[in-house]
Design a protein around this ligand. Structure first.
Ligand code: NAP
Ligand code: ZN
Ligand code: ZN
Length: 361
C-alpha cells in the first residue's frame, strides 16, 4: 500500500472496475482508499462474488446509484494491516466483508445486533461514509473496513466458494431463522434457483427441512434434485404442477430479482404459512389480499443479517460444509458475466479471480 496521496485524496492507491453510467458496462478504475484508522482492518481482496444486487446498482435499477459504482460486497481477503485499537484481527487472518461497512452503533437496531436495520447503515458499494466519501466495493484490489463489520473466515471454508455466503448466505439464513422456518421436518419452498436460491437449498437441508425449488427454468430440475438435493421441483409457469402442490408449504423464501406474480406462491402455503421476500425487484409487486386473510398467511421481508448473525452463519456453513457453487472468472470477463447473470445463466455464482485485477498500463 503506497503512503503517498493519490486521486481521491486518500493515501492508499487502489484499482478496480467501475460502472460509469447505467449502461451495465464496467471498465478499469483507479481510485484511493482511506488510511487504516485505529479501528480499521486493511484487506487484500482475494475473491469477490457477483450478486444480482450489484447488477441492480450498476444499471441503476433501484434509482439510487451514484457513479462511478465499484460493485462487490461478497468479499474475501487477507488482512494486511490493522489499526492500533483493533482487537479481533491480526495481519494474515482470512476475513470477509459483506453488504455493510458501517452503521450508527447507537440506535436500537445496532444495540440488538441488527445493524442491517439501522437507518444509517453504510452499504459497501455505492454508499456514503459519514464524511461524505463514496464507498467502493470489492471489485478492487484492496479494502479498508472498520473491524466491527469484518467477518472471520473459518479455516476449513474455501475462500472462493465461501465468498457468496457474505451476502447470499446470510440473506437466506437470517429469514429461515427469524421466521421460524428452521425446524426439522418443515417444508419450505425456495423461489428462484440463482445465487441466493441455491444456497437457501443448502442451508435449509442442513437444518433438516424438506425443500421444494420453485423455478421458471425446467432445465434446472435435474441438478436441483440430484446435485443440490432438493426434495422436489416445481416449474412455476406450469399451473398443473403448482395446483398439485397447493397448501403444502410452511414457508417460502422468494429470491426472484424481477417482477413476478405472488398469488400462485401464496397458494402453495399452508394455513398460517409465511412468504418471505428477499429478492428486490425494481418495481412494486401486486399483493392479493384475500388468500392472506382467508388463510391467516404472512408476507414478510428480510435484508441480509446483522454482523453477529453473519458470523454465526459462516461458522454454521463451515461446520456443515456449505459453500456456494461458483464459476471463478478473470476480472476482464466481468462484463460477459454480468450479461449472463441478467439471463440467469450462471451456476450459481460468479466469483472474480484476483490474479487478474491488474489494470492495463
Ligand atoms: P440471481 O442469481 O440472478 O437469481 C435470481 C433467480 O430468479 C434466477 O436465477 C431465476 O431463477 C429467477 N428469476 C429470474 N427472472 C425471473 C422471472 N422473470 N420470474 C421468476 N423468476 C425469475 O440473483 P441473486 O443474486 O440470487 O439475487 C436475487 C435477488 O435478491 C436480487 O433482486 C437481489 O438484489 C436480491 N438480494 C436481496 C438481498 C436482501 O438483503 N434482501 C441480498 C442479496 C440479494 P429460476 O431460473 O430458477 O427461475
Ligand atoms: Zn448481495
Ligand atoms: Zn444504528
Amino acid at each position: 500500500m503506497a503512503a503517498k496521496s493519490c486521486q481521491d485524496g486518500h493515501p492508499a492507491e487502489a484499482f478496480g472496475w467501475a460502472a460509469r453510467d447505467h449502461s451495465g458496462v464496467l471498465s478499469p478504475f483507479k481510485f484511493s482508499r482511506r488510511a487504516t484508522g485505529e479501528k480499521d482492518v486493511a484487506i487484500k481482496v482475494l475473491f469477490c462474488g457477483i450478486c444480482h444486487s450489484d447488477l441492480h446498482m450498476i444499471k441503476n435499477e433501484w434509482g439510487i446509484s451514484s457513479y462511478p459504482v465499484v460493485p462487490g460486497h461478497e468479499i474475501v481477503g487477507q488482512v494486511t494491516g490493522v489499526g492500533s485499537k483493533v482487537e479481533k484481527f491480526k495481519v494474515g487472518d482470512k476475513v470477509g466483508v459483506g453488504y455493510m461497512v458501517g452503521s450508527c452503533q447507537s440506535c436500537d437496531s445496532c444495540h440488538d445486533d441488527l445493524e442491517n436495520y439501522c437507518p444509517e447503515t453504510i452499504v459497501t458499494s455505492g454508499g456514503k461514509y459519514h464524511d461524505g466519501a463514496t464507498t467502493y466495493g470489492g471489485f478492487s484490489d484492496i479494502m479498508v473496513a472498520d473491524e466491527h463489520y469484518v467477518i472471520r473466515i473459518p479455516e476449513n471454508l474455501p475462500l472462493d466458494a465461501g465468498a457468496p455466503l457474505l451476502c447470499a448466505g446470510i440473506t437466506v439464513y437470517s429469514p429461515l431463522k427469524y421466521y421460524g422456518l428452521d425446524k426439522p421436518g418443515m417444508h419450505v419452498g425456495v423461489v428462484g434457483l440463482g445465487g441466493l436460491g441455491h444456497v437457501a437449498v443448502k442451508f435449509a437441508k442442513a437444518m433438516g427441512i424438506k425443500v421444494t425449488v420453485i423455478s421458471t427454468s425446467p432445465k434446472k430440475k435435474q441438478e436441483a434434485l440430484e446435485h443440490l438435493g432438493a426434495h422436489s421441483f416445481l416449474v412455476s409457469r406450469d399451473p398443473d404442477q403448482m395446483q398439485a402442490a397447493m397448501g403444502t408449504m410452511d414457508g417460502i423464501i422468494d429470491t426472484v430479482s424481477t417482477m413476478h406474480p405472488l398469488f400462485p406462491l401464496i397458494g402453495l402455503l399452508k394455513t398460517q404459512g409465511k412468504l418471505v421476500l428477499v429478492g428486490a425487484p425494481e418495481k412494486p409487486l401486486e399483493l392479493p389480499v384475500f388468500p392472506l386473510i382467508t388463510g391467516r398467511k404472512i408476507v414478510g421481508g428480510s435484508s441480509i443479517g446483522g454482523i453477529k448473525e453473519t458470523q454465526e452463519m459462516i461458522d454454521f456453513a463451515a461446520k456443515n460444509n456449505i459453500t456456494a457453487d461458483v464459476e471463478v472468472i478473470p476480472m476482464d470477463y466481468v462484463n460477459t458475466a454480468l450479461e449472463r447473470l441478467s439471463k440467469s445463466d450462471v451456476r450459481y455464482r460468479f466469483i472474480q479471480f484476483p490474479a487478474q485485477w491488474n489494470l492495463p498500463q
